[in-house]
Design a protein around this ligand. Structure first.
Ligand code: GSH
Length: 222
């Protein structure tokens, strides 16, 4: 019996959960859904109706993306993304992820909307996002860049890098021509390194919609 993951291809939270599962080499049965047509089985397990949702074989439900990542890495963490030997890292990583979700992500939505509708406030709204983006750039800069782009916390990859990746990716895609020449060279290298990785390709593999096929797909594993 494997856990079941309700997933949405381009949702940054679902991507985050999939990154956690891939990095933990945790196999799940993936059910690809769309927000317009949420399966009753998913809503019965998690009435709040957000994606991702992970249902464990013992029927426990984990319906927050960060909790899914942490659960998966607590089962198996071959790259030590939880930084077990540095006990202050995990709370610090969680704090930064919460700031991403509560402050950066809502502002990113405003920026995306301003760009999409060609509003006059696009630059202003982007600059509000850049407060967080500049902080991430600074984190990479302080440590000096390694060939794979560096890490947000400590001297190795962590939960934080994978949890923020979908959101930095979204930001970079709002106005690509601006981003490629923006003053965030280290963040660009960090992002490109991830986007070109095998783990990223694994996490972003496309599956047929579960609602159409009613067939679960095996996801993750080594
Ligand atoms: N805090 C949640 C947020 C998840 C979330 O908001 N997911 C979006 C899709 S990207 C969603 O399901 N929204 C509900 C909807 O669109 O109906 C988590 O981290 O898992």
């Amino acid at each position: 019996m494997l856990p079941i993951l309700y997933s949405l291809q381009h949702c940054p939270y679902a991507m985050r959960a999939r990154f956690g599962l891939v990095m933990a080499q945790q196999q799940v049965m993936l059910r690809a859904v769309v927000t317009k047509n949420k399966p009753e089985e998913m809503l019965a397990a998690s009435p709040k109706g957000t994606i991702p949702v992970l249902i464990l074989p013992d029927s426990r439900v984990i319906d927050e993306s960060l909790d899914i990542m942490i659960w998966a890495l607590q089962q198996n963490d071959p790259e030590d993304l939880l930084h077990k030997d540095n006990t202050s890292d995990l709370p610090a990583m969680i704090e930064l992820i919460e700031r991403n979700d509560q402050e950066f992500k809502p502002q990113l939505e405003i920026y995306k909307k301003a760009k999409r509708f060609h509003q006059k406030n696009e630059i202003e709204e982007r600059q509000k996002c850049e407060v967080f983006i500049a902080e991430l750039e600074q984190r990479l800069t302080i440590k000096g860049l390694s060939t794979d782009g560096g890490y947000f916390m400590g001297q190795k990859p962590g939960l934080i890098d994978y949890a923020l990746l979908p959101f930095v990716r979204q930001f970079s895609r709002v106005n690509r021509s601006w981003f490629v020449q923006a003053p965030y060279p280290n963040l660009r290298t960090w992002l490109d390194g991830h986007l070109q990785s095998r783990d990223y390709a694994k996490a972003m593999a496309k599956y047929p919609l579960w609602l159409d096929e009613h067939e679960e797909c095996l996801f993750g594993g080594i």
